[in-house]
Write a protein that binds this ligand. Structure first.
Ligand code: GDP
Ligand code: MG
Length: 166
């Protein structure tokens, strides 16, 4: 079996780092500069029982100029065409205006949406629980999964969950 999975979220939450962690190669460009990922980049994870095709997108944010507009459209156009949407947030930054902009767009999406709380290596477990509490009713999430893309925590679990959903 195989499935398409798109990764969305504000710039710098760690989408490309996650993609590289999962695929195990430096295919997506990573940087601490926002908007490094200008277009869709796909990576394929092939295991014994499944094939997961990940799509790394430019960060979704309110467009400020024409190129920004184009990048946001690229990210949004993938949402209804995939088997799962990973909405990634930064555990350290918490909830912000930029996240609400994305949550508003997710209301119209039919694909199952997973809330991925990344960078858990940077927060205390209590902060993480508070964040989960704050987010859990903001959208109909299939599941909420905390990870550290940088250190690899819980990434294998996330892959297993995705496999069971395709
Ligand atoms: P993107 O814009 O969402 O694709 O974000 P990137 O993958 O380019 O990552 C932005 C920055 O966050 C980089 O400096 C990464 O090293 C850092 N980063 C990504 N994931 C983690 C994580 O799990 N923990 C920590 N501490 N840093 C992370
Ligand atoms: Mg990126």
């Amino acid at each position: 079996k195989s499935g398409f999975i798109t990764i969305i979220g504000r710039p710098n939450v760690g989408k490309s780092t996650f993609m590289n962690r999962v695929i195990g190669q430096k295919i997506a460009i990573m940087s601490d500069k926002a908007q490094t990922t200008r277009n869709k980049i796909q990576g394929v994870l092939t295991t014994e029982d499944a094939q997961l095709i990940f799509i790394d997108t430019p960060g979704i944010h309110k467009p400020k100029h024409r190129l920004g507009d184009f990048m946001v459209n690229v990210a949004e156009s993938t949402l209804n065409e995939v088997d799962a949407v990973l909405f990634m947030i930064n555990a350290k930054e918490g909830y912000g205006k930029g996240d609400q902009y994305i949550l508003d767009r997710l209301q119209k999406v039919n694909s199952p949406i997973f809330l991925i709380i990344n960078k858990i290596d940077l927060v205390h477990p209590d902060e993480l629980l508070a964040l989960i509490d704050q987010y859990k009713d903001k959208c109909k999430f299939e599941e909420i999964i905390p990870i550290s893309a940088l250190e690899g925590n819980n990434v294998n679990h996330l892959v297993d969950v995705l496999k069971s959903h395709i």
